[in-house]
Ligand binder design. Sequence first.
Ligand code: BGP
Length: 468
Amino acid sequence: MEFPKDFLFGAATAAYQVEGAWDKDGKGVSNWDVFSKIEGKTYQGTNGDVAIDHYHRYKEDIALMAEMGLDSYRFSISWTRIYPNGDGKINQKGLDFYNDLINECLKYNIIPFVTLYHWDLPQKLEKNGGWTAERTLKAFEQYADTCFKAFGDRVKHWITFNETIVFARHGYIFGAHPPGRLNDFKNYYQVLHNVFLTHAKVVLNFKHSGYQGDIGITHVFNPAFPADDKLSSKKAADHANMFDTFLYYDPILKGTYPEYVLTHLKQKGYDFDLSQEDQETLLKAVPLNDFIGLNYYQPMRVVANESNASRELSREASTGGAGAVSYDGVYKTVSLPSLSYTKWGWEISPEALLDGLHLLKEHYGNIPIYITENGLGDEDPVIDGEIKDTLRIEYIKDHLAFLKKGIQEGIELKGYFAWSAIDLLSWLNGYKKQYGFIYVDHQNHLNRKKKDSFYWYQEVIATRGENL
Ligand code: BGP
């Protein structure tokens, strides 16, 4: 079987991880421009000041993507290029850059799939309370509308937010992303709600203003499974799914929050402001979402945390490997000898992706889904100048094969975006952890080179995945 004709084979990046040019052409300062320069926050002090210089080399990069045959390129817009201060004056040169980027994609019939917020918040807004402050929520609505107006004639696929759970949790509980708060649970839950409410308002505006196209949100997807057959592990997995999946998907797909979560938050004193009006807004937006984006890397194998241990807070502990106590102390993730893992300790399980998709279907019915990220972070072997990323090929091949099975089993899958189109900056792991089909030589003027996976993905796209 081939993948459906309108299924999008794509690849993704995010502005801060590729663009560089952090202070060029009127761009304002983002929270990541500041945070990445605080000692000890990122791997070997790496930051996105230059990144892979996609800002200046996007034509070369998009030509390579076109050669690979991508149907679509998922990239994000840097808010501070458009509004240097978050709100206030628009920077025309920022609009120009994204107009050029979008036009370059269209020149090759590559569909631009645009994320409005992939974590780089204007520093002015961060300083003023970030996602806890009303001003940020209003500013995002305005920024989103500006993008719809400026690019909406050509961009027909919009993602509002990338992985709210990750930027909120790392920002307010682990201190690993800006604003670098530790164990600020109260604000953590408030930020989640603020973001979901803002998403709902943006979706309502998009549809009511008559913009044409599809709009949705992207969540990280870490379905939890009990690591053994103990009842306590089963309960731990249910709890994990409530707090790591349904808490994020329910407000978007049902317009409510899970009772189980709300009750827990009340008991702990972490309940957030949820007015009648907010609830109505969430509900009204539900049917207007055109899709949901899932970033899937790994599932969680969990047991109950019976030791009273809490999560160790370090940069390493926040990069996602198994073997950590959950952020709320209730469960632990474990690694099992029978399973396989990446060099960074992330489990490799295409089966769990499909099981997870069925879990979502049970809860929400059939919803159009894009896999907006999936891929292997590795240190790719270079042999005689060739980048032999065989493990990446295996990884993506297996995941695509399970997705094909998913389509046959009735999951409404609309596309797949590999993370990432090209090697880029990992937020906390520097340039060491590579994900791309295209290699970037940091020793040699950031030169681009096609990896083995480049040719492999090219063939997959050309044959519409028939041989997977
Ligand atoms: C997702 C982010 C991406 C990317 C990816 C890989 O959570 O949306 O931006 O960074 O994870 O993560 P890492 O670079 O930590 O391996």
